[in-house]
Ligand binder design. Sequence first.
Ligand SMILES: *Cc1c(COP(=O)(O)O)cnc(C)c1O
Length: 396
Amino acid sequence: MAAGARAVEAAGAGLSGEPAGSITHDTLADGAAALLTIDLAALRHNYRTYCSLAAPASVAGVVKADSYGLGAAKVVPALLAEGCRTFFVAQLSEALALRPLIPATAALYVLNGLQPGSEALAREAGIRPVLNSLPQAIAWAAAAPVKAAALQLDSGMSRFGLSESELAALTGDSVLMGKLNLALIMSHLACADELSHPASRAQLAAFKAMRARLPAGIPASLANSAGVFHGADYHFDLVRPGIGLYGAHPVAGQNNEAAGSPLKPVVRLAARIVQLRTIPAGTAVGYGHTHKAEGPMRLGVIGVGYADGWLRSLSSSGAAWFDGVRLPICGRVSMDSSILDLSALPEGALKPGDFVELIGPQQPLEQVAQEAGTIAYEMLTGLGRRYERRWTGAVS
Ligand SMILES: *Cc1c(COP(=O)(O)O)cnc(C)c1O
């Protein structure tokens, strides 16, 4: 097999079950500059992994922000096929778009709660708000029939959820309490990605104490993807993973390409070489001339830049990979392209149209995020619209 074919296999086709080298430079639709592969079989594996980690608690799917950029229209059916029956999005508009894909017997919650005045829209669409404040609870209870909702408690993040005093006001109002139809009591951890962070224990204790002031028997939920790894105390009745389903290890410093990770990577990104050039010593490279060649260099240009979510902070710090060789980004990432230093490869190893790996086994998503000075969540949700996207392992 040619070196290029091996790299393409590693970068895109290998995990899809397609034969090695089946992606060639003329098989991307519309001449796309890069191929984003989303492995739904790996996503389903990750869902099942959460089911076994969290059992007997059940596992929701957090599908906000278009399933972290990976395509909710593909992700939701894959999760439904694995038995997922509770979904969370952030905003009502997202819930309205997804409701037709989700059977009426499955619950769809809006994490951010509702904007004042949109209660009727949610109710009529069969969408459940997360009630994050006393005014939101009052607004939801105002119109009969009062449909099911979740109640969020702020156990120590100061973002969404009722404070101690709001909870006291709610529980003290028996008329309001009598109207509400609470299907879930939830809270959210601020520091779950650091397993030894003391804030998680404190939030767990606060959540339990606040929950105890509400009627018994209402299911509870605290853990996100990382929270599940804190152990059974944190699981309650329902866990709410997002990022872990989408293939990033939720615990800081770990990655899913590493041996022993219980979760599998879901995303591969492979970019095509557009142009090659050789420059003599002293030549400046890219915007701002931030790089000057110390000796003769061989460069390769890819058509992926910050407009594609290939962040500008990767300038002179990130890389692409080919055949086990790291190809550093030389100078600044442009809007639509990046320049790679190919000097570590033998001459002729790459030609225009060949693929290099941007995210994959040689360069895990978590590592790219770190080199960009951010987190996998931001890399995924920022992935651009110009890639050719291929979903493999779809439910048929
Ligand atoms: C986004 C979100 C989740 C999922 O978080 P991950 O870290 O991606 O698992 C769970 N709960 C709430 C309230 C969220 O906002």
